[in-house]
Design a protein around this ligand. Structure first.
Ligand SMILES: NC(=O)C1=CN([C@@H]2O[C@H](COP(=O)(O)OP(=O)(O)OC[C@H]3O[C@@H](n4cnc5c(N)ncnc54)[C@H](O)[C@@H]3O)[C@@H](O)[C@H]2O)C=CC1
Ligand SMILES: CC(=O)C(=O)O
Ligand SMILES: [Mg+2]
Length: 545
């Protein structure tokens, strides 16, 4: 077959059967499309029928990916019209499965790859996009060391950046052609990939130390110079790099770590809702975090900061936090604790008579001793919140807040259906994955999705609309409050978080709150008269131009 016209090949310009007769004549498409001219709605109906014909989520993922590569407007129209149904396919949990198979199933690239062995190519790689300084709002970058809860996936992790961007556009109307997905290919320690002939990334162990740091520094510098308005979103880095990069660069660059800050903020939103039910303050909480890595310690930081805002000293706030990691309760006599855990390590003397199992103070013992008001799981330890743990939790307090947040489904600490049963409906639950409501003793328990995807799109939109120079703690808090303001958790069986069905409206509400806070914090560079209108105007709609 002869060549396909460029306008049909480019997903940003392709309208396919929706090109009018005039357009067909103008763009050299005469005779190159079937005669019927369709509307976007008609195309969407067909695409939905095609989507629905696939049984497996991974097949649906591939169908949507191919549509994304063919016709961007149609892809987003379909996604936005069926957001609650399709988010779990383009994003968590199915994206995890797609990432595992990415090199083997390779179809077409949608990203920029920055190679640790050729840092001199960073600028040239971005230049190939042909985008000017004002053309980019957002870059999502991942080095794929800790993809969701499934570990190191090297270049296969490209699709976490692509998936996060799809959610930005579908949920908050971030313009798809003003956003870039980036994979930092620094090698991988995943032996399966290193020994797979189909693997498409650098076939060597992860580069660490000076060369890694030089790549990050060069990436930040080049991206900020070339695209000075872009929000630099970091996703799924390993725990030590994630925190270090954020802490070292947040004053200088417009940088956001989703796993620490986005997750921390969505958890804050769930806790705000939970406290409306228990009628307590942050300062009264006892927080146990099971799995003290990037996400878990990010949450400990945000919840303890909320305690401080209510008048506790830093020391008093830390006294109300217990971290549990792979070696049990984190105590100050442990060797080699990473810096992000040291801050919360409990004095060994304080727990000297707590029961140990296999030489560790385990979760059940901590729950019995501490009587936590909030138990968070970010451990990837599937099933860790056993019946004994949930029952002990409920023996300690009347309405515990229970957030088993590990993704994807195969990693979750407890499924809500079990936690509702074991807690006799008392636990106030949210989880990272989408789950259906749980019927129990005549009540339908709606389970909100405490996934950063419920917050970061609106946060990003607020940053873009306000032209904020930095993402401040105040902006994260404003986002969390805006999410929590949309639910009535006191109603029996109500969710702690808004439904995914309302995600676009929720994102707009979050964006307005974030933009206003950016002004208050002195980091906004734009100040329109009406923030609500400015946010609406900024939201890209899936329609043909
Ligand atoms: N719901 C959400 O929005 C988010 C959920 N997550 C989930 O949280 C989990 C952790 O993610 P990250 O913090 O990025 O990973 P990470 O690797 O930084 O942290 C995981 C921590 O859990 C610890 N751990 C592993 N097995 C354990 C066990 N048996 N007992 C106690 N601790 C154990 C590890 O030592 C590590 O410190 C993942 O499943 C991820 O999908 C992460 C970010 C957002
Ligand atoms: C949701 C997310 O960012 C994670 O699981 O890593
Ligand atoms: Mg993540």
């Amino acid at each position: 077959m002869s060549n396909i016209p460029t306008i049909l090949q480019n997903p940003l310009t392709n309208k396919d059967t929706a090109f009018t007769q005039e357009e067909r004549a103008k763009y050299g498409l005469t005779g190159r499309l079937p005669v019927v001219v369709e509307t976007l709605e008609q195309q969407t109906t067909r695409a939905y029928r095609q989507f629905s014909s696939y049984e497996k989520d991974i097949e649906k993922y591939i169908f949507l990916d191919q549509l994304h590569n063919r016709n961007e407007v149609l892809y987003y129209k379909l996604l936005i019209d069926h957001l609650a149904e399709m988010l779990p396919v383009v994003y968590d949990p199915t994206v995890g499965e797609a990432i595992k198979k990415w090199s083997r199933d390779y179809r077409r690239s949608r990203a920029v790859y920055l190679d640790v062995n050729h840092p001199e190519n960073i600028r040239a790689s971005f230049e190939t996009l042909g985008l000017g300084a004002d053309d980019v709002d957002l870059i999502v970058v991942s080095d794929a060391e800790e993809i969701l809860g499934i570990g190191d996936w090297g270049v296969n992790g490209t699709d976490i950046s692509v998936g996060k961007l799809a959610v930005y556009t579908a949920a908050a109307g971030i313009h798809p052609s003003r956003a870039i997905a980036v994979n930092l290919d620094v090698g991988t320690d995943n032996e399966v990939l290193l020994n797979d002939p189909a693997y498409l990334g650098n076939r060597h162990a992860r580069v660490r130390g000076e060369r890694y740091d030089a790549l990050i520094t060069s990436y930040l510098k080049t991206a900020a110079e070339m695209f000075p308005n872009a929000l630099l979103h970091f996703e799924d880095f390993g725990p030590s790099n994630a925190r270090r990069i954020l802490v070292e660069n947040r004053r200088q660059y417009r940088i956001f770590n989703d796993d620490m800050q986005g997750t921390g903020a969505i958890v804050m939103a769930a806790v705000f809702s939970g406290l409306k039910v228990t009628k307590q303050t942050f300062a009264e909480q006892r927080l146990v975090v099971y799995g003290a890595g990037t996400a878990g310690t990010g949450m400990a930081d945000q919840i303890s900061a909320a305690m401080e805002r209510e008048g506790l000293s830093r020391e008093e706030a830390k006294q109300r936090v217990w971290l549990i990691d792979i070696n049990g309760l984190v105590t100050d006599d442990m060797d080699g604790l990473p810096d992000y855990q040291q801050e919360y390590a409990r004095p060994a003397t304080e727990v000297a008579d707590w029961a140990k199992t296999d030489g560790k103070i385990g979760l059940l013992e901590v729950v019995k001793q501490v009587k936590p008001t909030i138990l968070i799981g970010t451990s990837t330890d599937h099933g860790a919140f056993t019946e004994d743990v949930v029952k002990a939790l409920c023996a300690g307090v009347e309405r515990p807040i229970l957030l088993p947040l590990s993704n994807p489904t195969e990693k979750i600490e407890v499924m809500p259906s079990e936690a509702i049963k074991w807690s006799d409906g008392k636990a106030l639950i949210s989880v990272g994955i989408p789950v259906p409501p749980v019927p129990y003793k005549g009540v339908n328990y709606e389970i909100g999705q405490a996934n950063n995807a419920m917050l970061y799109p609106g946060l990003g939109l607020g940053v873009i609309v306000s032209g904020a120079k930095h993402v401040t703690d105040g902006m994260l808090l404003a986002a969390a409050e805006a999410v929590a303001s949309q639910v009535n958790p006191q109603d029996e069986g109500a969710s702690l978080l808004p439904s995914v069905n309302n995600l676009r409206a929720s994102s707009a509400t979050v964006a307005v709150a974030v933009a206003k806070q950016a002004v208050k914090d002195g980091v906004a560079t734009k100040q329109p008269e009406n923030w609500v209108q400015a946010v609406q105007n900024a939201m890209w709609q899936a329609v043909y131009e």
